[in-house]
Unconditional design. Sequence first.
Length: 434
Amino acid sequence: MPTEGTRNVTEPSETRLSFGNTRSFAAVCATVFVAFLIAAAMACANEPVVETVIVEYETQVMVDREVEVIVEQTVLVEKEITVEVPVIHTVVRQKEVEVPVLQTVIVEKEVIVKVVETVVVEKEVAVVQAPMDEATARPDSAQRAATATWTPTPTPERAKPTPTVGDQPRIAFHSLRDGDREIYVMNADGGGVVQLTDNGAWDWLASWSPDGNRIAFVSNRDGDFEIYVMNADGGGVVKLTDDDASDRNPNWSPDDRRIAFASLRDGDFEIYVMNADGSGVVQLTDDGAWDSEPSWSPDGRRIAFSSDRDGEFYVDADIYVMNADGSGVVQLTDNDAWDRLPSWSPDGRRIAFSSDRDGDQEIYVMNADGSGVVRLTDNSHFDAFPSWSPDGRRIALVSDRDGDYDIYVMNADGSGVAQLTDNDSDDWGPIWSP
């Protein structure tokens, strides 16, 4: 947030001249003229000086999601199989679909399948033989992002998400390696780096869509910071926000329908949400503090965020959580440090964040209710911007432990730290693809 400071110089004291009757008229005139020049110089020297300092800061968020799978029997296949179940049942998608005939389902993730059908799978498929009660199925189907898509036989080929190599997720980040901030992606081992944006502006703070096909990001290519979205290969750039204020920190909802973000449009940073096409903007927080860095919970019901509402900006910030409609705000951390950048674990049970409570920025993790805080990194360097891998086993982060800011990855318990990027420029804001 920009901050302004004003320094005023005190007004000059009054200068008086006096002379006796014995001086000549010319001497008096010369004295008055000199006094006039001195007074004018002092007045100019005492003009108030205003200095303005603009403070920009960087943030990162990530998006994960949770997939709940009801399993009574698991079938792992690499080719087409036929599963015969002597019941007519329901395929759980974004809404409930009654399928009274043999159907073919193409899936790429774990799904609940309860139909007499032929299933073409690329991953593990859970087949439930027990009938599902309709009242039980309906709320689950409305809340889960993982879905199965069915079409009558023959089935068309389904396009795969672009951000993965095989079954391996990738990591998006922004870097100064070409002279300004641009968005890049790389494999989970640091290889295969690809530049997605290329212009003279700042492109940063990336966020993957839940289907892995799009990336939301922040850019000032039109003069101020706005939120854009592009395909995972860098094509098809679309501007989502357009106002004179700064919009940043986009974060996709698990159902792929909405994007939470922070904006200065009401005078200070607040949390907003909009449809994925930029329409239907709704303000969720409204106070005089700095509310930023929203992060959706995997079930889509809550949003974690950073705020300095109980302290001083850039000195005392804490992690909060609220319902997805902005209600029910709960403070999770409470200390005099700078707690920021919350990131939900894929199972929704833990939140990673960065804090300088020990004197420098380190990565911590806590339970979703704020209890059980554990420090994962412990060194004299800057460690921040945590981002969980989709399987919940690893956390990507930014660190300057080698002299400049690079992307690292570690196990979820803080062990096994490995450096992914290594160059003389700064790499920031890692975010795992789904």
